[in-house]
Design a protein around this ligand. Structure first.
Ligand code: CA2
Length: 145
């Protein structure tokens, strides 16, 4: 099975600023942990980040027929992007929404996710663990389809 991990804007800064909110781990550390968890389980991991909404839209479109599931941390686009919502919906690829922080315990504008309704589910608040749980959720969704 192939799982596509997509990361949105500013996540390339992880580990360099705001460690109080997002932890000390870099995105490379998160990718390494995801790859370790997938090892020996016939899971192919493709892990990407972009600061550009259009890149994320294109990658979600391309996932149709090439990935079995998407694990998506859309970062700030979570709260704004109708384009990402439409892309997830159009691709038909089961998508798990993940967040490092508990978006529901933060500022009000982060409580609403524009993509949640077209995702299979959401994991938020467990730091790097959200990605590992996202991986397990993706496996469950793929294996039960
Ligand atoms: O908790 C999450 O994973 C978020 O998706 C992170 C986004 C935020 O806009 C969402 O509301 C919740 C922000 C990612 C920015 O990451 C930074 C990392 C280091 C320094 C500054 C920003």
């Amino acid at each position: 099975m192939k799982i596509l991990f997509l990361n949105g804007p500013n996540l390339n800064l992880l580990g360099t600023r705001e460690p109080g909110i997002y932890g000390q781990q870099t995105l490379a550390d998160i990718e390494a942990a995801v790859r370790r968890r997938a090892e020996g389980r016939s899971i192919g991991v493709d892990f990407r980040q972009s600061n550009h909404e259009g890149d994320l839209v294109t990658w979600i479109q391309q996932a149709r027929g090439t990935a079995d599931a998407i694990v998506l941390n859309a970062a700030a686009y979570t709260h704004t992007s109708v384009a990402l919502r439409d892309a997830i919906s159009a691709s038909g690829v089961p998508t798990i929404e993940v967040h490092l922080s508990n978006i529901h315990a933060r500022e009000e504008f982060r409580h609403r996710s524009r993509i949640a309704a077209v995702c299979r589910g959401q994991v938020a608040g467990f730091g790097l663990g959200s990605y590992l749980l996202g991986l397990e959720a993706a496996v469950i969704v793929i294996e039960s389809s």
